[in-house]
Design a protein around this ligand. Structure first.
Ligand SMILES: C[S@@+](CC[C@H](N)C(=O)[O-])C[C@H]1O[C@@H](n2cnc3c(N)ncnc32)[C@H](O)[C@@H]1O
Length: 322
């Protein structure tokens, strides 16, 4: 007889398809749930609910409740999953079929090989933003001599969980960083993450504020301004995956009409905060490079600009040099 894990109640919203009829085989004295059978059942269940990475999600959540890494699941593939872990796992399955992002369920996301605490309503770091880190590290090396160790000041706009500024600080021990975010929640999550990196805490100052409004160019100017700002066009909001639309903070993603309103404000104001030859480096949507080049030229504040492509050949980073 086919076995099922009863994950029906409580649901906060309707699943896209009905849950299977429950048959609690364990209580009926049938064979126990092993890592293998739990993963197989959950993968099928997630696939029925149209979750794209069904197997991966099943593994990540099971590893999370068992407090192990994913590899350990395979080393204990035929072991019985304890009843208490199974109960906890079922709760996570329900959250995932309600489209809650995995990172909010586990409370963690890796970025540039560093683990970050994430919780709503703070944006989950994206792998594509690692390009920004790579570009900045290269840029700093090129601009601070062969050792790459000269003093360097960075202003980040849009702290989020602190992933970008902490990753930069870890790799640039000479950098002094100010990071500003309009969201109080973002600043407090970033502060929590920063506590886990005492080697960076003296060099990163977190500030709550609206873009550059609370900062004074006569007090501090920077070698580099870096930002992964909100750049999703308001018009595209309804097309986003439910994981994003229903759980992630709109303030972190919605860049207004055409997605370029915040980018426009940053480009128009950033040059005052840059030292001579300083650069502004921003992540952009793949169809926004031309608009950014136009804005940079219109301001008359930048000597040159360039666009960098990601591994898929899409223009995703815009650089303007003062
Ligand atoms: C796309 S997230 C980037 C988070 C993180 N730096 C990263 O790269 O993963 C954009 C961030 O900008 C912040 N933000 C949005 N509007 C802002 C504004 N007007 N001033 C400052 N920060 C803003 C959001 O709160 C959010 O944390």
């Amino acid at each position: 007889m086919e076995r099922t894990l009863d994950v029906r109640k409580p649901m906060t919203t309707k699943p896209t398809r009905p849950s299977p009829q429950p048959r609690d085989s364990e209580q009926a004295g049938e064979r126990p749930w092993t890592v293998r059978s739990v993963l197989q059942w959950t993968t099928d269940f997630f696939a029925q609910h149209d979750l794209e990475s069904a197997r991966l999600d099943a593994e990540v959540l099971l590893a999370h409740v068992l407090e192990q890494d994913r590899l350990a699941l395979y080393l204990h593939y035929e072991d019985t999953v304890p009843g208490s872990a199974l109960q906890a796992y079922k709760r996570l399955i329900r959250r995932r079929v309600n489209r809650e992002p995995i990172a909010y369920i586990t409370g963690m996301r890796e970025f540039y090989s560093i683990s970050f605490a994430v919780e709503p309503p703070v944006l989950i770091p994206r792998p594509e933003t690692e390009h920004l880190v790579e570009y900045v590290l290269e840029h700093v090396k090129e601009n601070t001599g062969s050792t790459g160790r000269g003093a360097f000041s960075i202003l980040e706009i849009g702290t989020g969980s602190g992933n970008l500024c902490i990753a930069l600080a870890k790799h640039l021990p000479q950098a002094q960083i100010v990071s500003v975010d309009v969201s109080f929640s973002a600043i407090s999550v970033a502060r929590k993450n920063l506590r886990g990196h005492p080697d960076c805490s003296e060099r990163i100052r977190l500030v709550q504020g609206d873009l550059l409004d609370g900062l004074h160019p006569e007090r501090a100017r920077f070698h580099l301004i870096v930002s992964n700002p909100p750049y999703v066009p308001t018009e595209s909001w309804d097309d986003l995956a439910p994981e994003v639309r229903e759980y992630e903070p709109r303030v972190a993603l919605d860049g207004g009409h055409r997605g370029t309103e915040i980018l426009h404000r940053i480009l128009s104001n950033a040059a005052r905060f840059l030292l001579p030859d300083g650069a502004l480096v921003v992540e952009i949507g793949e169809d926004q490079a031309e608009a950014m080049a136009d804005v940079a030229e219109e301001t008359g504040h930048y000597r040159r600009s360039r666009v960098l492509e990601d591994y898929a050949g899409k223009p995703r980073v815009f650089v303007a040099v003062k």
